[in-house]
Design a protein around this ligand. Sequence first.
Ligand SMILES: [Zn+2]
Length: 458
Amino acid sequence: MDDARSRHPGGYVLIEDDRIVAVGPPPAPPGLTAERRIDATGKVVLPGLVNTHHHLPQVLTRNVPRVQEAPLFRWLVELYEVWRHLDAEAVTAAARVGLGELLLTGCTTTTDHLYLFPKGQERFIDAEIRAARELGIRFQPTRGSMSRGKSQGGLPPDVVCQDEETILADSRRLIREYHDPRPRAMLRLALAPCAPFSVSEDLMRRTAELARDNGLRLHTHLAETKDEEDYCQATYGCRPVEFLRRLGWLGSDVWLAHCVHLSAEEIRLFAETGTGVAHCPSSNFRLGSGVSPVREMLDAGVPVGLGVDGSASNDSSNMLAEARQALLAHRSGRESSQWLTAEDVLWAATRGGARCLGRDELGSLEPGKAADLVMVDTRRLSYAGAGSDPLAALVFSPWPEPVDTVMVNGRILVEGGELAGVDVPRLVAQAESASAALLDAALRTTGVDYRRKDGLRS
Ligand SMILES: [Zn+2]
Protein backbone atom coordinates (compact mmCIF):
# COMPACT_ATOMS: atom_id res chain seq x y z
CA MET A 1 0.00 0.00 0.00
CA ASP A 2 2.88 2.36 -0.73
CA ASP A 3 2.28 4.65 -3.72
CA ALA A 4 3.73 2.04 -6.07
CA ARG A 5 1.52 -0.64 -4.46
CA SER A 6 4.62 -2.81 -4.09
CA ARG A 7 4.41 -6.49 -3.27
CA HIS A 8 7.44 -8.36 -1.98
CA PRO A 9 6.93 -12.13 -2.21
CA GLY A 10 9.17 -13.71 0.41
CA GLY A 11 10.19 -10.26 1.67
CA TYR A 12 10.77 -8.84 5.13
CA VAL A 13 9.56 -6.06 7.43
CA LEU A 14 11.89 -4.67 10.08
CA ILE A 15 10.32 -3.03 13.14
CA GLU A 16 12.06 -0.92 15.76
CA ASP A 17 10.00 0.12 18.78
CA ASP A 18 6.79 1.63 17.38
CA ARG A 19 8.01 2.17 13.80
CA ILE A 20 8.72 0.31 10.59
CA VAL A 21 12.36 0.92 9.65
CA ALA A 22 12.74 -1.23 6.53
CA VAL A 23 10.60 -3.23 4.11
CA GLY A 24 11.75 -5.05 1.04
CA PRO A 25 12.08 -8.08 -1.18
CA PRO A 26 14.24 -11.00 -0.09
CA PRO A 27 16.86 -11.43 1.08
CA ALA A 28 16.76 -9.48 4.34
CA PRO A 29 19.81 -7.18 4.79
CA PRO A 30 22.89 -9.23 5.70
CA GLY A 31 24.11 -9.09 9.28
CA LEU A 32 20.67 -8.20 10.55
CA THR A 33 20.09 -9.39 14.08
CA ALA A 34 16.59 -9.03 15.42
CA GLU A 35 15.49 -9.40 19.01
CA ARG A 36 12.52 -11.34 17.77
CA ARG A 37 11.99 -12.93 14.40
CA ILE A 38 8.51 -13.94 13.22
CA ASP A 39 8.36 -16.44 10.39
CA ALA A 40 5.70 -15.35 7.90
CA THR A 41 5.93 -18.37 5.62
CA GLY A 42 2.53 -19.02 4.05
CA LYS A 43 1.17 -15.72 5.33
CA VAL A 44 0.19 -12.42 3.75
CA VAL A 45 1.59 -9.44 5.65
CA LEU A 46 -0.36 -6.23 5.10
CA PRO A 47 -0.78 -2.87 6.80
CA GLY A 48 -3.25 -2.79 9.68
CA LEU A 49 -6.77 -1.92 8.53
CA VAL A 50 -8.34 1.38 9.56
CA ASN A 51 -12.01 1.53 10.53
CA THR A 52 -13.51 4.96 9.88
CA HIS A 53 -16.99 4.64 11.40
CA HIS A 54 -18.50 2.75 14.33
CA HIS A 55 -20.85 3.03 17.29
CA LEU A 56 -19.40 0.53 19.75
CA PRO A 57 -22.24 0.61 22.34
CA GLN A 58 -24.56 -0.82 19.67
CA VAL A 59 -22.86 -4.19 20.20
CA LEU A 60 -25.47 -4.62 22.95
CA THR A 61 -28.37 -4.17 20.52
CA ARG A 62 -27.38 -6.41 17.63
CA ASN A 63 -30.26 -7.83 15.61
CA VAL A 64 -32.94 -6.71 18.06
CA PRO A 65 -36.11 -8.43 16.75
CA ARG A 66 -38.31 -5.32 16.88
CA VAL A 67 -36.11 -3.40 14.43
CA GLN A 68 -34.81 -6.17 12.19
CA GLU A 69 -37.03 -4.88 9.38
CA ALA A 70 -36.87 -1.14 10.15
CA PRO A 71 -35.31 1.49 7.86
CA LEU A 72 -33.05 4.12 9.45
CA PHE A 73 -35.48 6.65 10.95
CA ARG A 74 -37.82 4.09 12.53
CA TRP A 75 -34.84 1.99 13.59
CA LEU A 76 -33.37 5.05 15.36
CA VAL A 77 -36.59 6.19 17.01
CA GLU A 78 -37.14 2.67 18.41
CA LEU A 79 -33.55 2.14 19.55
CA TYR A 80 -33.17 5.54 21.24
CA GLU A 81 -35.63 4.13 23.80
CA VAL A 82 -33.25 1.24 24.47
CA TRP A 83 -29.96 3.16 24.31
CA ARG A 84 -31.20 5.75 26.81
CA HIS A 85 -30.65 3.09 29.50
CA LEU A 86 -26.93 2.71 28.76
CA ASP A 87 -24.45 3.30 31.56
CA ALA A 88 -20.64 3.40 31.64
CA GLU A 89 -20.36 -0.25 32.61
CA ALA A 90 -22.48 -1.33 29.65
CA VAL A 91 -20.48 0.90 27.30
CA THR A 92 -17.25 -0.68 28.57
CA ALA A 93 -18.60 -4.21 28.02
CA ALA A 94 -19.71 -3.31 24.49
CA ALA A 95 -16.46 -1.55 23.60
CA ARG A 96 -14.33 -4.50 24.70
CA VAL A 97 -16.31 -6.84 22.45
CA GLY A 98 -16.38 -4.53 19.41
CA LEU A 99 -12.69 -3.64 19.67
CA GLY A 100 -11.81 -7.31 20.12
CA GLU A 101 -13.73 -8.22 16.95
CA LEU A 102 -11.99 -5.46 15.03
CA LEU A 103 -8.55 -6.68 16.11
CA LEU A 104 -9.37 -10.29 15.18
CA THR A 105 -10.35 -9.17 11.67
CA GLY A 106 -7.19 -7.16 11.01
CA CYS A 107 -8.15 -3.68 12.19
CA THR A 108 -5.38 -1.84 14.06
CA THR A 109 -6.88 1.66 14.21
CA THR A 110 -10.50 2.54 14.76
CA THR A 111 -12.62 5.52 15.41
CA ASP A 112 -15.92 5.52 17.28
CA HIS A 113 -18.83 7.92 16.97
CA LEU A 114 -20.41 8.19 20.39
CA TYR A 115 -23.18 10.77 20.40
CA LEU A 116 -25.73 9.54 22.92
CA PHE A 117 -25.33 10.69 26.52
CA PRO A 118 -28.39 9.98 28.68
CA LYS A 119 -28.92 12.44 31.53
CA GLY A 120 -26.27 12.00 34.22
CA GLN A 121 -24.03 9.86 31.96
CA GLU A 122 -21.22 12.03 30.69
CA ARG A 123 -18.29 9.64 30.87
CA PHE A 124 -18.99 7.18 28.06
CA ILE A 125 -15.99 8.20 25.97
CA ASP A 126 -13.72 7.82 28.99
CA ALA A 127 -15.08 4.27 29.36
CA GLU A 128 -14.36 3.46 25.70
CA ILE A 129 -10.87 4.88 25.99
CA ARG A 130 -10.16 2.63 28.97
CA ALA A 131 -11.36 -0.39 26.97
CA ALA A 132 -9.17 0.57 23.99
CA ARG A 133 -6.15 0.94 26.25
CA GLU A 134 -6.79 -2.45 27.84
CA LEU A 135 -6.93 -4.12 24.43
CA GLY A 136 -4.10 -2.04 22.91
CA ILE A 137 -5.81 -0.91 19.68
CA ARG A 138 -5.02 2.54 18.23
CA PHE A 139 -8.07 4.67 18.94
CA GLN A 140 -9.48 7.89 17.51
CA PRO A 141 -12.86 8.30 19.18
CA THR A 142 -15.13 11.21 18.37
CA ARG A 143 -17.03 13.26 20.91
CA GLY A 144 -20.45 13.07 19.31
CA SER A 145 -23.49 15.07 20.27
CA MET A 146 -27.23 15.54 19.86
CA SER A 147 -28.77 18.88 20.79
CA ARG A 148 -31.97 18.94 18.76
CA GLY A 149 -34.54 16.74 20.49
CA LYS A 150 -38.10 16.04 19.52
CA SER A 151 -39.38 19.21 21.22
CA GLN A 152 -37.22 21.25 18.80
CA GLY A 153 -38.16 19.37 15.66
CA GLY A 154 -35.36 16.78 15.88
CA LEU A 155 -35.64 12.99 15.76
CA PRO A 156 -34.30 11.83 19.16
CA PRO A 157 -36.19 12.09 22.46
CA ASP A 158 -35.04 15.07 24.55
CA VAL A 159 -33.76 12.80 27.31
CA VAL A 160 -30.77 11.63 25.20
CA CYS A 161 -29.88 15.15 24.04
CA GLN A 162 -27.64 17.67 25.78
CA ASP A 163 -27.54 21.44 25.66
CA GLU A 164 -24.78 23.09 23.66
CA GLU A 165 -22.83 24.42 26.63
CA THR A 166 -22.64 20.96 28.21
CA ILE A 167 -21.52 19.42 24.91
CA LEU A 168 -18.82 22.01 24.27
CA ALA A 169 -17.56 21.98 27.87
CA ASP A 170 -17.24 18.19 27.82
CA SER A 171 -15.52 18.35 24.40
CA ARG A 172 -12.97 20.78 25.85
CA ARG A 173 -12.42 18.50 28.85
CA LEU A 174 -11.83 15.46 26.63
CA ILE A 175 -9.38 17.37 24.41
CA ARG A 176 -7.45 18.46 27.51
CA GLU A 177 -7.37 15.01 29.03
CA TYR A 178 -6.80 12.77 26.03
CA HIS A 179 -5.97 14.35 22.67
CA ASP A 180 -2.44 13.52 21.53
CA PRO A 181 -1.39 15.34 18.33
CA ARG A 182 2.00 13.61 18.03
CA PRO A 183 2.75 11.27 15.11
CA ARG A 184 1.92 7.63 15.89
CA ALA A 185 -0.26 8.72 18.84
CA MET A 186 -2.30 5.87 20.28
CA LEU A 187 -5.15 8.20 21.16
CA ARG A 188 -6.48 11.13 19.25
CA LEU A 189 -9.85 12.80 19.47
CA ALA A 190 -12.25 14.26 16.88
CA LEU A 191 -15.57 16.08 17.24
CA ALA A 192 -18.76 14.74 15.70
CA PRO A 193 -22.27 16.20 15.98
CA CYS A 194 -24.56 13.29 15.13
CA ALA A 195 -26.50 14.20 11.97
CA PRO A 196 -28.47 17.07 10.38
CA PHE A 197 -31.67 15.79 12.00
CA SER A 198 -30.41 15.74 15.59
CA VAL A 199 -28.26 18.87 16.06
CA SER A 200 -28.73 22.61 15.72
CA GLU A 201 -26.91 24.70 13.12
CA ASP A 202 -25.36 26.69 15.92
CA LEU A 203 -23.83 23.55 17.43
CA MET A 204 -22.41 22.55 14.03
CA ARG A 205 -20.73 25.96 13.73
CA ARG A 206 -19.39 26.11 17.25
CA THR A 207 -18.13 22.52 17.09
CA ALA A 208 -16.20 23.27 13.89
CA GLU A 209 -14.66 26.33 15.56
CA LEU A 210 -13.61 24.37 18.63
CA ALA A 211 -12.16 21.54 16.52
CA ARG A 212 -10.20 23.89 14.25
CA ASP A 213 -8.86 25.92 17.19
CA ASN A 214 -7.43 22.69 18.62
CA GLY A 215 -6.31 20.91 15.44
CA LEU A 216 -8.99 18.23 15.69
CA ARG A 217 -10.88 16.66 12.81
CA LEU A 218 -14.63 16.77 12.24
CA HIS A 219 -17.00 13.93 11.54
CA THR A 220 -20.75 13.43 11.10
CA HIS A 221 -23.33 11.28 9.31
CA LEU A 222 -24.42 12.63 5.95
CA ALA A 223 -26.68 11.84 3.00
CA GLU A 224 -27.45 8.40 4.39
CA THR A 225 -31.12 8.13 3.38
CA LYS A 226 -33.84 9.76 1.28
CA ASP A 227 -35.62 10.54 4.57
CA GLU A 228 -32.65 12.68 5.60
CA GLU A 229 -32.72 14.48 2.26
CA ASP A 230 -36.45 15.20 2.76
CA TYR A 231 -35.78 16.37 6.33
CA CYS A 232 -33.07 18.79 5.15
CA GLN A 233 -35.24 20.15 2.35
CA ALA A 234 -38.13 20.69 4.75
CA THR A 235 -36.04 22.10 7.63
CA TYR A 236 -33.16 23.94 5.93
CA GLY A 237 -34.47 24.32 2.39
CA CYS A 238 -31.48 22.53 0.84
CA ARG A 239 -29.80 19.16 0.30
CA PRO A 240 -27.59 17.71 3.07
CA VAL A 241 -24.28 18.56 1.34
CA GLU A 242 -25.38 22.17 0.80
CA PHE A 243 -26.36 22.30 4.49
CA LEU A 244 -22.77 21.36 5.40
CA ARG A 245 -21.21 23.68 2.85
CA ARG A 246 -23.08 26.68 4.27
CA LEU A 247 -21.80 25.82 7.74
CA GLY A 248 -18.16 25.64 6.62
CA TRP A 249 -18.20 21.91 7.13
CA LEU A 250 -16.50 20.75 3.92
CA GLY A 251 -12.72 20.44 3.96
CA SER A 252 -9.71 18.15 4.25
CA ASP A 253 -10.21 18.02 8.03
CA VAL A 254 -13.71 16.50 7.66
CA TRP A 255 -14.80 12.94 6.98
CA LEU A 256 -18.44 11.96 6.60
CA ALA A 257 -20.19 8.64 7.16
CA HIS A 258 -22.29 7.02 4.39
CA CYS A 259 -22.79 9.62 1.63
CA VAL A 260 -25.16 7.31 -0.24
CA HIS A 261 -27.25 10.01 -1.92
CA LEU A 262 -24.83 12.33 -3.71
CA SER A 263 -25.08 14.17 -7.01
CA ALA A 264 -22.17 14.40 -9.46
CA GLU A 265 -21.75 18.03 -8.44
CA GLU A 266 -21.54 17.07 -4.75
CA ILE A 267 -18.87 14.46 -5.51
CA ARG A 268 -16.88 17.12 -7.33
CA LEU A 269 -17.22 19.40 -4.30
CA PHE A 270 -15.89 16.66 -2.00
CA ALA A 271 -12.91 16.10 -4.32
CA GLU A 272 -12.17 19.82 -4.53
CA THR A 273 -12.32 20.34 -0.78
CA GLY A 274 -10.62 17.04 0.18
CA THR A 275 -13.64 15.98 2.25
CA GLY A 276 -13.37 12.29 3.17
CA VAL A 277 -16.07 9.61 3.18
CA ALA A 278 -16.51 6.58 5.45
CA HIS A 279 -18.16 3.96 3.25
CA CYS A 280 -20.30 1.51 5.27
CA PRO A 281 -21.87 -0.90 2.76
CA SER A 282 -23.20 -3.54 5.20
CA SER A 283 -25.13 -0.97 7.20
CA ASN A 284 -26.45 0.70 4.03
CA PHE A 285 -27.73 -2.68 2.82
CA ARG A 286 -29.10 -3.70 6.21
CA LEU A 287 -31.16 -0.50 6.55
CA GLY A 288 -32.13 -0.38 2.88
CA SER A 289 -30.39 3.01 2.48
CA GLY A 290 -28.88 2.37 -0.95
CA VAL A 291 -25.43 2.05 -2.55
CA SER A 292 -22.92 4.88 -2.17
CA PRO A 293 -21.29 6.08 -5.45
CA VAL A 294 -17.82 4.93 -4.39
CA ARG A 295 -16.46 4.23 -7.92
CA GLU A 296 -17.32 7.80 -8.90
CA MET A 297 -15.80 9.19 -5.68
CA LEU A 298 -12.54 7.25 -6.10
CA ASP A 299 -12.28 8.31 -9.75
CA ALA A 300 -12.82 11.94 -8.72
CA GLY A 301 -10.09 11.66 -6.04
CA VAL A 302 -12.29 11.72 -2.92
CA PRO A 303 -10.55 10.05 0.06
CA VAL A 304 -12.79 7.06 0.76
CA GLY A 305 -12.29 4.82 3.81
CA LEU A 306 -14.22 1.77 4.99
CA GLY A 307 -16.38 1.65 8.09
CA VAL A 308 -18.22 -1.22 9.74
CA ASP A 309 -20.72 1.26 11.26
CA GLY A 310 -22.52 0.48 14.52
CA SER A 311 -23.21 -3.09 15.46
CA ALA A 312 -26.98 -2.60 15.48
CA SER A 313 -26.96 -2.12 11.71
CA ASN A 314 -24.14 -4.38 10.50
CA ASP A 315 -24.34 -6.43 12.89
CA SER A 316 -20.67 -7.16 13.20
CA SER A 317 -17.32 -5.41 13.52
CA ASN A 318 -15.61 -7.54 10.88
CA MET A 319 -13.32 -5.39 8.73
CA LEU A 320 -12.46 -8.08 6.20
CA ALA A 321 -16.13 -8.94 5.75
CA GLU A 322 -16.79 -5.23 5.20
CA ALA A 323 -14.08 -5.14 2.54
CA ARG A 324 -15.79 -8.00 0.70
CA GLN A 325 -19.15 -6.28 1.05
CA ALA A 326 -17.65 -3.19 -0.58
CA LEU A 327 -16.23 -5.29 -3.40
CA LEU A 328 -19.62 -6.82 -4.15
CA ALA A 329 -21.81 -3.76 -3.48
CA HIS A 330 -20.57 -1.91 -6.55
CA ARG A 331 -20.97 -4.73 -9.04
CA SER A 332 -24.64 -5.60 -8.92
CA GLY A 333 -26.33 -4.28 -12.06
CA ARG A 334 -23.32 -2.20 -13.21
CA GLU A 335 -20.98 -2.35 -16.20
CA SER A 336 -17.81 -4.26 -15.28
CA SER A 337 -15.73 -1.16 -16.08
CA GLN A 338 -17.46 0.51 -13.09
CA TRP A 339 -16.73 -2.24 -10.56
CA LEU A 340 -14.42 -1.90 -7.59
CA THR A 341 -11.36 -4.16 -7.56
CA ALA A 342 -9.85 -5.96 -4.58
CA GLU A 343 -7.01 -3.41 -4.72
CA ASP A 344 -9.47 -0.50 -4.59
CA VAL A 345 -11.13 -1.97 -1.55
CA LEU A 346 -7.87 -2.72 0.26
CA TRP A 347 -6.68 0.80 -0.53
CA ALA A 348 -9.84 2.22 1.06
CA ALA A 349 -9.45 -0.08 4.07
CA THR A 350 -5.87 1.13 4.66
CA ARG A 351 -4.64 4.33 2.96
CA GLY A 352 -8.12 5.76 2.37
CA GLY A 353 -9.07 5.24 6.01
CA ALA A 354 -5.78 6.74 7.21
CA ARG A 355 -6.48 9.85 5.11
CA CYS A 356 -9.99 10.15 6.52
CA LEU A 357 -8.57 10.12 10.03
CA GLY A 358 -5.71 12.45 9.08
CA ARG A 359 -3.08 9.81 9.85
CA ASP A 360 -0.41 9.81 7.14
CA GLU A 361 1.75 7.64 9.37
CA LEU A 362 -0.73 4.75 9.08
CA GLY A 363 -2.09 2.62 6.26
CA SER A 364 1.02 1.32 4.52
CA LEU A 365 4.13 -0.73 5.20
CA GLU A 366 6.90 1.80 4.58
CA PRO A 367 9.92 3.03 6.54
CA GLY A 368 8.86 5.65 9.08
CA LYS A 369 5.27 4.48 9.34
CA ALA A 370 3.73 3.16 12.54
CA ALA A 371 4.37 -0.51 13.30
CA ASP A 372 0.78 -1.60 12.68
CA LEU A 373 0.53 -4.77 10.63
CA VAL A 374 -1.54 -7.86 10.08
CA MET A 375 -0.60 -11.37 9.07
CA VAL A 376 -3.15 -13.67 7.50
CA ASP A 377 -2.40 -17.36 7.24
CA THR A 378 -3.37 -18.43 3.73
CA ARG A 379 -2.98 -22.09 4.63
CA ARG A 380 -6.59 -22.25 5.74
CA LEU A 381 -9.48 -23.95 3.99
CA SER A 382 -10.98 -20.66 2.85
CA TYR A 383 -7.85 -19.67 0.91
CA ALA A 384 -6.89 -23.06 -0.48
CA GLY A 385 -6.77 -22.76 -4.27
CA ALA A 386 -6.39 -18.96 -4.19
CA GLY A 387 -2.58 -18.91 -4.22
CA SER A 388 -2.37 -17.18 -7.62
CA ASP A 389 -3.24 -13.88 -5.89
CA PRO A 390 -3.08 -14.29 -2.12
CA LEU A 391 -3.66 -10.59 -1.44
CA ALA A 392 -6.90 -10.38 -3.43
CA ALA A 393 -7.97 -13.65 -1.77
CA LEU A 394 -8.36 -11.74 1.50
CA VAL A 395 -11.20 -9.79 -0.12
CA PHE A 396 -12.63 -12.35 -2.53
CA SER A 397 -12.55 -15.30 -0.14
CA PRO A 398 -12.93 -14.15 3.42
CA TRP A 399 -13.99 -16.70 5.93
CA PRO A 400 -15.33 -15.92 9.37
CA GLU A 401 -12.07 -16.93 10.93
CA PRO A 402 -9.62 -14.56 12.54
CA VAL A 403 -6.44 -13.21 11.06
CA ASP A 404 -3.31 -14.89 12.39
CA THR A 405 -1.24 -12.06 13.88
CA VAL A 406 -1.94 -8.39 14.61
CA MET A 407 0.68 -5.89 15.67
CA VAL A 408 -0.25 -2.41 16.87
CA ASN A 409 2.46 0.12 17.63
CA GLY A 410 5.02 -2.70 17.71
CA ARG A 411 3.04 -4.80 20.19
CA ILE A 412 1.55 -8.14 19.24
CA LEU A 413 -2.13 -8.21 20.24
CA VAL A 414 -3.34 -11.19 18.24
CA GLU A 415 -1.28 -14.34 17.94
CA GLY A 416 -2.34 -17.62 16.38
CA GLY A 417 -5.79 -16.10 15.75
CA GLU A 418 -6.38 -15.38 19.46
CA LEU A 419 -6.54 -12.11 21.38
CA ALA A 420 -3.43 -12.32 23.53
CA GLY A 421 -4.17 -12.23 27.26
CA VAL A 422 -7.91 -11.56 26.87
CA ASP A 423 -10.54 -13.63 28.65
CA VAL A 424 -13.00 -13.82 25.74
CA PRO A 425 -15.73 -15.88 27.47
CA ARG A 426 -15.81 -13.25 30.23
CA LEU A 427 -16.27 -10.42 27.70
CA VAL A 428 -19.08 -12.32 26.00
CA ALA A 429 -20.86 -12.97 29.30
CA GLN A 430 -20.58 -9.31 30.34
CA ALA A 431 -21.98 -8.11 27.02
CA GLU A 432 -24.84 -10.62 27.10
CA SER A 433 -25.88 -9.57 30.56
CA ALA A 434 -25.60 -5.83 29.75
CA SER A 435 -27.66 -6.41 26.62
CA ALA A 436 -30.40 -8.25 28.51
CA ALA A 437 -30.49 -5.49 31.15
CA LEU A 438 -30.98 -2.83 28.44
CA LEU A 439 -33.91 -4.64 26.81
CA ASP A 440 -35.47 -5.28 30.24
CA ALA A 441 -35.16 -1.58 31.14
CA ALA A 442 -36.73 -0.56 27.82
CA LEU A 443 -39.62 -2.95 28.46
CA ARG A 444 -40.16 -1.41 31.90
CA THR A 445 -40.18 2.19 30.70
CA THR A 446 -41.98 1.85 27.34
CA GLY A 447 -44.07 -1.31 27.79
CA VAL A 448 -42.61 -2.50 24.47
CA ASP A 449 -40.98 -5.91 24.27
CA TYR A 450 -38.06 -5.41 21.92
CA ARG A 451 -37.45 -9.16 21.81
CA ARG A 452 -40.63 -9.57 19.76
CA LYS A 453 -41.44 -8.31 16.30
CA ASP A 454 -44.93 -9.69 15.73
CA GLY A 455 -47.29 -7.24 14.09
CA LEU A 456 -44.55 -4.68 13.52
CA ARG A 457 -43.27 -5.51 10.06
CA SER A 458 -43.33 -2.43 7.90
ZN1 LIG B 1 -23.29 5.67 12.02
